[in-house]
Design a binder for this molecule. Structure first.
Ligand SMILES: Cc1cc2nc3c(=O)[nH]c(=O)nc-3n(C[C@H](O)[C@H](O)[C@H](O)COP(=O)(O)OP(=O)(O)OC[C@H]3O[C@@H](n4cnc5c(N)ncnc54)[C@H](O)[C@@H]3O)c2cc1C
Length: 391
């Protein structure tokens, strides 16, 4: 045992590995060949099994119906779910804990609680045609209007927009004492003034699409404002931290699967009279992959444990960035090597290495591209020195 996972995390790891191997992986190729979609009965079965496993709202406390998993347990869960392609692991609702802290009793009853119970689902509308990495450059506006706000702006890459029934919409306030600062709103998808612009095709084939929406003077009551005027960015950063760590975990899972599959292939594929595994070129690729995976996994687990132990949020911010940066770049290197080891088979969509080679690319872009993670890490180093970050 190379990392002393507590018994509860080990139990989650084993439970999830069984679920992924027996229920999800067998449907990967079918999903890939069908634009990410599976028959409704299969989708429903995955949802039911995920519920029975206790995956729903795992970041939420028990008293509101969540799973109350520690951050380490969640990382272990997402690591296993990362072993499957085509996002088949996205088969349950997972509202972030920050939503509970930020929402009013009315908002909890209307959006958060039904989301915890699996009846409603959210999507995040932050990125715009002119603003991605630099969230503060968003042009979307929230103008005070009657008893609420009029929201306008165009939002890109809204993941899960085709499945969700409400948005978390980020805008800048145009007036009032907090003019120019950010605000975040719950917006029901059927509100007048929301237009679906188009759904672009992406490199991966997922059932959750990433549509573009235009908001034109969408009126929402003041009750839909999350927290206070000016709080918007702070909530978005809380969400980013969580997602960055779980992306790191998923990348570790993907790399582990790729190493297993490439090793199994190399042991049976005969070249020049012997197994491919006996060639030093392939041994080096697999050795580098395993070494880098171990480093990424230790970093990810350690970051999660530190959050569980009450680490300063500013330090966690830097550690989540380091974990995401290293694990996502590691997984991309591993996928590239796996394609090479599989040779021509690695270029076929029915092959796991081909799918991961495409799917993992976005992990170096979304929730802050690698360059942005480096800026965060360097900023943290300049402010705090290395000791709190890595010792
Ligand atoms: C599949 C997918 C799903 C997504 N889902 C969502 C979602 O659900 N909700 C949402 O709001 N957004 C979502 N996004 C958006 C995603 O978070 C952004 O694409 C990402 O933050 C990068 O922003 P950008 O695309 O505008 O690139 P840009 O910000 O234009 O950056 C372009 C390049 O320049 C680099 N760069 C930018 N600034 C600097 C700098 N200061 N120094 C050095 N290099 C820099 C970047 O790293 C990048 O390589 C999604 C994106 C994708 C591809």
């Amino acid at each position: 045992m190379t990392h002393p996972l507590p018994a509860s995390a080990r139990a989650w790891q084993e439970k999830l590995r069984r679920f992924v191997d027996s229920e999800l992986i067998p449907h990967e190729v079918e999903a890939e060949m069908n634009n990410g979609d599976l028959p409704p009965a299969v989708v429903e079965r995955h949802r039911r099994l995920a519920r029975e496993l206790g995956l729903g709202a795992m970041d939420m406390p028990k008293d509101v119906g969540g799973g109350a998993l520690t951050m380490l347990e969640q990382a272990v869960v997402w690591e296993q779910l990362g072993r499957v392609t085509n996002a088949l692991g996205w088969c349950f609702h997972s509202p972030g804990r920050w939503l509970l802290d930020a929402s009013s009793p009315y908002q909890f009853k209307t959006w958060v609680k039904p989301n915890i119970e699996g009846h409603r689902d959210e999507c995040y509308a932050i990125t715009e045609p002119g603003a991605g990495s630099d969230v503060d450059a968003i042009a979307a506006t929230a103008r005070r209007q009657g008893n609420g706000y009029a929201l306008s702006g165009e939002k890109w890459h809204v993941t899960g927009g085709n499945k969700a029934d409400h948005f978390l919409f980020q805008a800048k306030l145009t007036d009032g004492p907090h003019a120019g600062s950010h605000a975040l709103f719950f917006v029901d998808k059927n509100t007048a003034g929301i237009h679906h612009v188009r759904t672009p095709a992406y490199s991966h084939n997922y059932a959750s699409h990433h549509p573009i929406y235009r908001f034109e003077n969408v009126h929402v009551p003041a009750d839909n404002l999350i927290g206070k005027e000016g709080d918007g960015l702070q909530y978005t950063y809380a969400w980013f931290r969580y997602e960055r760590l779980m992306i790191a975990a998923r990348c570790c899972g993907a790399a582990a699967r790729l190493i297993d599959e490439a090793t199994a292939f190399a042991k049976t594929r005969m070249v020049s009279g012997g197994p491919l595994m006996e060639t030093q070129a392939v041994q080096f690729m697999l050795a580098d992959s395993l070494t880098e995976l171990w480093a990424a996994r230790l970093m990810t687990y350690r970051t999660a444990e530190a959050i569980d132990a009450g680490e300063d949020v500013k330090v966690s911010h830097g550690q989540c960035s380091m974990s995401k940066l290293y694990a996502s770049e590691m997984a991309n290197r591993v996928a590239d090597r796996a394609v090479q080891i599989f040779g021509g088979r690695g270029y076929m969509r029915e092959n796991v290495a081909e799918r991961f080679f495409r799917e993992l690319r976005v992990d170096r872009i979304w929730e802050g591209a690698s360059e942005i993670q480096r800026l965060i890490v360097a900023g943290s180093l300049a402010k705090r020195g290395q000791a709190p970050l890595i010792e």
